[in-house]
Design a protein. Structure first.
Length: 352
């Protein structure tokens, strides 16, 4: 009887997930004669009854160009559920799974790391449009998000110039500013504000005023949703993080969003220039993945199955240069990958 492996997608959706699923299924069935069980809605699929389905070649045919994930997803944390770990261990056994391929970001892979330490045979695949997972040069979904954000910045430029306005574009980026930096540079933004560098409003407004004084009567500001406002009165940490509300998800994260609106209001008040804001939000997650993300997702999926076959568990596939390598899940989830100082210095050349 052939081995049976499971695959789940957890956390936020992003373009390229279906490319991973397709690659895992095809490599498993055609090369190793594995059965593949799709676990629905992330970790919830191993906690509740009826949330699994067998994946065959027909079910993954024609999905590589589709955004989102055919397996659905959720932000479920088994370690916050009563007897969650015990239930997962029991479910894995009852389903007859010899291994689980876990596709997710810092939270989903953090759970995977802990479950591996509990004895679950796991291989990780890094997924986040924020590109902030340690140990891999890129994650799939990021390239698509950057291109969507860049296109929005291009479009905002024309209306900003036509109306002599300051336009603030808020992009995703909870802990790091990878989308803001790359989309901002590529889109010709005049200022880029990221979580790694607390925002000095006086400095930003002074630079905008100087820019307008020399005849450039419009500006485009790109800001990551997790950027923090620097003030003299408040410590430059969680207290200055702009949030939609204080409610937290299963991993302790508050819902970010609103710094674009705050910046636009402050810039207009301090400079006197008409200012508008645009929040891209989930638009960055949607739609068809770029060729780069389809390729990277495919390569990750193939390599993940190979790791399962070699029984190299507790590993995560990773892109280093142009090679796919395996690193320890524990290392990958130990910290976030912050913006390169060199990359920020490149962006600064074009500020103002």
């Amino acid at each position: 009887m052939s081995e049976k492996i499971g695959i789940l997608t957890g956390g936020g959706d992003c373009p390229g997930l279906n490319a991973v699923i397709r690659a895992v299924v095809r490599k498993s069935i055609l090369y190793y004669n594995y059965q593949v069980l799709g676990i629905l809605q992330g970790w919830r699929g191993l906690l509740e009854y009826g949330l699994t389905e067998e994946l065959n070649l027909d079910k993954v045919s024609g999905i590589i160009h589709r955004g989102g994930t055919i397996l659905k997803t959720s932000r479920t944390n088994p370690f916050k559920v009563k007897d969650g770990v015990k239930r997962i261990l029991e479910k894995k056994k009852s389903l007859g799974l010899s291994a689980i391929i876990v596709v997710g970001g810092e939270d989903t892979l953090g759970v995977a790391t802990k479950l591996f330490e509990e004895g679950v045979e796991i291989v990780g695949v890094p997924k986040t449009i924020d590109n902030d997972i340690w140990g891999t040069d890129y994650t799939f979904g990021f390239d698509t998000a950057v291109n969507i954000a860049m296109d929005a910045i291009d479009r905002v430029h024309t209306t900003a110039e036509s109306h002599n306005r300051v336009m603030v574009v808020e992009v995703m980026g909870r802990h790091t500013g990878w989308i803001a930096i790359e989309a901002g540079i590529a889109g010709g933004a005049d200022f880029i504000l990221i979580p790694e560098k607390p925002v000095d409003l006086d400095k930003v407004c002074d630079a905008i005023c100087k820019r307008h004084a020399r005849g450039r009567d419009f500006s485009v500001v790109v800001v990551a949703e997790g950027a923090k406002i620097a003030t003299e009165e408040v410590d430059q940490k969680e207290e200055v993080l702009v949030v939609q509300d204080e409610k937290k998800d299963a991993f302790g994260h508050v819902r970010l969003g609103g710094i674009g609106k705050l910046l636009a209001s402050e810039i207009e008040k301090r400079t006197g220039f008409e200012t508008r804001f645009v929040i891209l939000g989930h638009i960055q997650r949607g739609g068809s993945p770029t060729a780069f993300d389809r390729m990277l997702g495919t390569r990750f999926g193939i390599s993940a199955v190979d790791l399962v076959h070699r029984k190299e568990f507790g590993k995560m596939v990773s892109l280093r240069g142009n090679k796919i390598v395996a690193i320890d899940l524990k290392e990958a989830t130990s910290k976030a990958k912050r913006i390169d100082e060199e990359l920020y210095e490149i962006a600064e050349v074009f500020f103002g």
